[in-house]
Design a protein around this ligand. Structure first.
Ligand SMILES: *[C@@H]1O[C@H](CO)[C@@H](O)[C@H](O)[C@H]1NC(C)=O
Ligand SMILES: *[C@@H]1O[C@H](CO)[C@@H](O)[C@H](O)[C@H]1NC(C)=O
Ligand SMILES: *[C@@H]1O[C@H](CO)[C@@H](O)[C@H](O)[C@H]1NC(C)=O
Ligand SMILES: *[C@@H]1O[C@H](CO)[C@@H](O)[C@H](O)[C@H]1NC(C)=O
Ligand SMILES: *[C@@H]1O[C@H](CO)[C@@H](O)[C@H](O)[C@H]1NC(C)=O
Ligand SMILES: *[C@@H]1O[C@H](CO)[C@@H](O)[C@H](O)[C@H]1NC(C)=O
Ligand SMILES: *[C@@H]1O[C@H](CO)[C@@H](O)[C@H](O)[C@H]1NC(C)=O
Ligand SMILES: *[C@@H]1O[C@H](CO)[C@@H](O)[C@H](O)[C@H]1NC(C)=O
Ligand SMILES: *[C@@H]1O[C@H](CO)[C@@H](O)[C@H](O)[C@H]1NC(C)=O
Length: 696
């Protein structure tokens, strides 16, 4: 290898890596009430080293946001050859346990993006592995070259190693099929099973200038004790055919609690063993005792881009096939069944029984798209399991489209502050979605809906706002195709048993990249007066900025304990009253009186100012979710708010939507809001102009 060429190639490589395909605030592997640990790293930050991740040098977290399991530069005095490195999640995961009925193993799924770059003209070396190890240890001495950072000449094959790995090996040893294979390694690098990747048209480390990003999926079923590995070029769906599968009883190899990570080595030749993104879900064995999460969880993981690609393809296939064969419910079901990783299908009888035949007494609420019931189902171990069942009111094709849309969106969104979809059911044209039951209902009920409920304390309110912000930040930034929620309001903020916020109702969410963000298309404005950004009445278009507006309204109602549309001190909107108090220097008077002064003044000031700034009539002046998250974490000061609420200025028509008449229908369609009002948009915009232009 010509060393003068190398920095240039490296520069090229990094400049190509420098625009991350997705970015978000990463949720650490925390307990959920869902029955699994879940974590997602859309990219990596150097600050994760030795907190969330344990990095054994010469592995590193590079400034481009990737894990480099072996060195990526010749800085720091490293040469690139003859190196072995490892990076683990710092927290161990319980992967199996002894129970009275025998050994129980955790099911898990993971997906990660890799780029095993090698300079053109050189040979790759040596290999990369996904590793499950019994202890948090650095690679043993002598584990470079063929040992992949997993083991060494003396230890190879020794049962005391207690590790399982999936190797992607780029050098052929005498025991290997070739120099481009995937293998299952148990306690050693002589793979138990190994398959060449060449027949799959996969070259782990191709001889091209920037390498190829691949997505690798690894699924382990703890019940059937079997492992599957899938691989595709990044951005492609998870293939139907695995590249390797094998029986595997983890309890025979590793400790009950084990560490999950990556390992790699170079030899006399080298490659960059680079992980770009990572997602992992591990079933929790010790279920919590709240009784809500005892079902066996269908564990679904995929990198967002891959899943969205699959869903896009499947939806397309569905529409095309439906055109050919008509509206066949069996077809819909067939399509859904074939969605990889789809939450499970529920039996209609089960849901009917669980909701007492959809009895009024089981009704939890009513949204724009249907009625929500509480259901009590029988969990896997025979215990009761509470769920929320959403019944779609429209059973026409339109309903099915809504259904598929909701499913496709929810399915790919995973965040601890989003309500989780458990499954679905389609029977006689009735579509049902089954969600985690939220024992504490929705936020609005606690703020002003139900006088019987105890007052929501200040700390909880602050935590709820923070949770909603983090969910919104995730929705807006996680994917290449960002998602707008469109219907952010207190009644869509659900509360789990710990009063953590869980954002629900993605029925109206759409990927922003399409034209389909028009409000008009949904036959009315989905949302409630006071939550809808003023520009929406003119553009009819939901945007991230209009979501932030809805978030601002939600903050204000959470702090003030009043809905956004309320008559107070001569004002018709909460935001106008708060703005006046702010201008007059006593903003804290806006805080819910029922708290009796039990709140943190700095935090209340922060929330109220943030709420006002998010309610700014000019979309571009509203803070972005990134800034919101920072303000809420108190790492930056609250925003400067102008003393007078600026006037709303009609936005200039965007060049790309002039021809789309559906977006400009604001003078002719009827607005139905979920609190039962109906009024024409003329009225609505007049109301808003008054609201924005002068102080009533
Ligand atoms: C590989 O992934 C990185 C980071 O996600 C991205 O910047 C780059 O464009 C990808 N390269 C290719 C060839 O897709
Ligand atoms: C990393 O760990 C810290 C401390 O445990 C935690 O606060 C933070 O959220 C984690 N960050 C990520 C990105 O997981
Ligand atoms: C997480 O779960 C463990 C065991 O299930 C429990 O001991 C711990 O308190 C939980 N932590 C949180 C933050 O809920
Ligand atoms: C599990 O049970 C087996 C057999 O009863 C026993 O030999 C083993 O030590 C147990 N392992 C753990 C981790 O409890
Ligand atoms: C392999 O690792 C073990 C444990 O660290 C060490 O004792 C042994 O010397 C190493 N063998 C070689 C060949 O380096
Ligand atoms: C691995 O394969 C090599 C070469 O065939 C052999 O010498 C060695 O004993 C094998 N090791 C184990 C643990 O099977
Ligand atoms: C691999 O590529 C060849 C030629 O492009 C094609 O004929 C073959 O079907 C491909 N195989 C797979 C498994 O994709
Ligand atoms: C790789 O190098 C060979 C000659 O060594 C050259 O022909 C080829 O075009 C190069 N490929 C790329 C992608 O740079
Ligand atoms: C795991 O295997 C069991 C038994 O074969 C099967 O019933 C279950 O559906 C599988 N789970 C998943 C998530 O595939």
């Amino acid at each position: 290898m010509d060393n003068t060429l190398f920095p240039l190639l490296l520069y090229l490589f990094f400049s190509l890596l420098s625009t991350p395909s997705f970015s978000l605030s990463i949720s650490a592997p925390t307990n959920t009430t869902n029955g699994y640990f879940s974590l997602s790293f859309p990219s990596f930050d150097a600050s994760f080293a030795n907190t969330n991740l344990t990095v054994f040098k010469p592995a590193s977290i590079a400034s481009n946001g990737a894990l480099q399991i072996t060195p990526d530069t010749q800085n720091d005095g490293y040469s690139l050859t003859q190196k072995a490195g490892r990076i683990f999640l710092s927290q161990p995961f319980p992967l199996w346990e002894n129970t009275s009925s025998g050994v129980r193993l955790a099911t898990f799924s993971t997906a990660f993006d890799i780029n095993i770059y090698r300079p053109n003209g050189s040979l790759p070396g040596e290999g990369f592995a996904f590793l499950i190890a019994s202890s948090l240890e650095q690679p043993p001495p002598g584990s470079e070259n063929e040992y992949l950072g997993l083991t060494n000449l003396t230890l190879n094959g020794n049962p005391s190693n207690k590790f399982v790995a999936i190797e992607l090996d780029t050098v052929k040893q005498s025991y290997d099929p070739d120099d481009n294979h995937v293998g299952l390694d148990i306690n050693g690098v002589n793979s138990t099973v190994a398959n060449s990747l060449t027949p799959f048209n996969i070259t782990i480390s191709p001889a091209i200038a920037i390498g190829t990003n691949y997505t690798v999926w690894i699924d382990y079923n703890g019940s059937s004790r079997h492992i599957w590995v899938y691989m595709a070029i990044q951005g492609n769906p998870k293939p139907a055919k695995d590249v390797l599968n094998a029986p595997l009883d983890l309890s025979e190899v590793i400790n009950p609690k084990a560490y999950i990570g990556f390992s790699a080595s170079t030899g006399i030749t080298y490659e960059l063993n680079c992980v770009l993104a990572w997602e992992l879900m591990v079933e929790k064995l010790n279920k919590d005792k709240t009784g809500l999460s005892k079902a066996t969880i269908a564990i679904i993981v995929g990198l967002s881009c891959s899943i969205s690609a699959i869903l896009a393809l499947l939806l397309l296939a569905f529409y095309i096939r439906r055109k050919q064969v008509g509206d066949d419910p069996a077809m819909l079901k067939g399509t859904l069944r074939s969605l990889p990783g789809t939450p499970r299908e529920f039996d209609f009888k089960e849901l009917k029984k669980g909701t007492k035949n959809f009895d009024e007494t089981m009704k939890l609420g009513q949204g724009g798209f249907g009625v929500v019931y509480k259901g009590v189902l029988v969990g896997d171990n025979g215990q009761d399991m509470a769920v929320a069942v959403k019944q779609f009111s429209r059973t026409s094709t339109k309903g099915q489209e809504d259904f598929l849309q909701e499913l496709s969106i929810i399915n790919r969104l995973r965040h601890k502050h989003l309500v989780r979809l458990q499954g679905w059911c389609h029977k006689n044209g009735v579509l049902l979605l089954v969600y985690d039951f939220m024992p504490n209902g929705s936020l609005d009920q606690h703020l002003f809906g139900d006088p019987e409920k105890p007052i929501l304390g200040w700390d909880r309110r602050y935590t709820i706002v923070t949770g909603v912000a983090s969910a919104l930040h995730y929705l807006h930034n996680e994917y290449d195709q960002m998602v707008v929620h469109r219907d952010l309001k207190a009644s869509n903020v659900m509360l789990d048993s710990q009063f953590n916020a869980r954002l629900g109702d993605f029925g109206l969410a759409r990927a922003l990249e399409t034209d389909k963000t028009s409000y008009a298309e949904l036959e009315g404005i989905p949302g409630t007066m006071g939550y809808i950004a003023p520009e929406c009445f003119h553009t009819g278009k939901a945007t991230r900025e209009s979501d932030v507006y809805g978030f601002g309204a939600t903050i204000l109602e959470t702090v003030c304990g009043r809905p956004p549309r309320c008559d107070i001190a001569g004002f018709h909107f909460l935001v106008d009253w708060v703005w006046k108090l702010y201008r007059e220097g006593h903003i804290l008077e806006a805080v819910d009186q029922r708290l009796d002064g039990n709140f943190d003044e700095d935090d209340a000031d922060r929330l109220l100012r943030l709420g006002l700034m998010c309610s700014h009539p000019t979309p571009g002046e509203r803070p972005k979710t990134q800034a919101i998250v920072q303000i809420l974490s108190r790492s930056v000061p609250p925003p400067e708010v102008p003393p007078f609420k600026p006037a709303f200025v009609m936005p200039a028509a965007e060049p790309d939507n002039e021809s789309d008449s559906s977006r400009l229908r604001s003078s002719s369609y009827t607005v139905s809001t979920s609190d039962g009002w109906t009024y024409s948009s003329n009225y609505a915009s007049k109301e808003h102009l008054t609201n924005d232009g002068s102080i009533v």
